[in-house]
Design a binder for this molecule. Structure first.
Ligand SMILES: Cc1cc2nc3c(=O)[nH]c(=O)nc-3n(C[C@H](O)[C@H](O)[C@H](O)COP(=O)(O)O)c2cc1C
Length: 151
């Protein structure tokens, strides 16, 4: 199974440690783990034209690395989305790709992908972020298998 791990944090600390622990428990037999540190990709802000969901995502005026991430998600057998809480929301590297992939709410190409959400926080806002991520995953039509929230 190929697990793709979307890392929302701009740093490699708490949420990465939780993912490494999950990796340790799932083991390496027939498993591969592909970490995508979103901070390392060039992802432009959504410009709000709406062409992606009105017509086709191919008409998106942004030219950046989004398709690389999208392809990895498409090819994954399972997805982990790991995020810290930043000011009661997900941090910008993750929010940016959720906005840019808003067309997935209309064309659900990731339908049925088993998806685990990992949230780390200092204890404020993890419920809101859990709810937000749950709605996002449901909009993508992925199969939410759980939310791990660590304070
Ligand atoms: C800019 C910034 C904003 C934060 N906002 C919140 C917050 O609103 N609520 C909270 O509980 N923790 C907040 N935190 C703490 C982080 O969510 C927490 O330390 C988390 O475990 C960091 O995970 P990471 O090491 O994977 O980035 C914030 C941290 C930073 C740097």
């Amino acid at each position: 199974m190929r697990i793709v791990i979307l890392m929302g944090s701009p740093r490699k600390q708490d949420s990465l440690n939780v993912c490494k622990e999950i990796e340790l428990r799932l083991g390496t037999k027939n498993m591969t783990y592909d970490y995508i540190f979103l901070k390392d990709y060039e992802i432009q802000d959504c410009r709000g034209c709406g062409l992606c969901f009105k017509k086709s995502e191919k008409l998106c005026p942004c030219r950046d690395d989004l398709d690389i991430i999208r392809k990895k998600l498409l090819e994954a057998d399972g997805i982990i989305i790991a995020t810290p809480v930043y000011a009661y929301q997900v941090p910008s590297p993750l929010k940016r790709i959720i906005d840019r992939m808003a067309f997935l709410f209309h064309r659900q190409e990731l339908v049925g992908k088993p998806t685990l959400i990992v949230i780390t926080s200092d204890g404020g806002g993890h419920k809101q972020v859990g709810k937000y991520m749950k709605m996002t995953i449901s909009g993508w039509a992925c199969n939410l298998i759980g939310i791990i929230s660590i304070i």
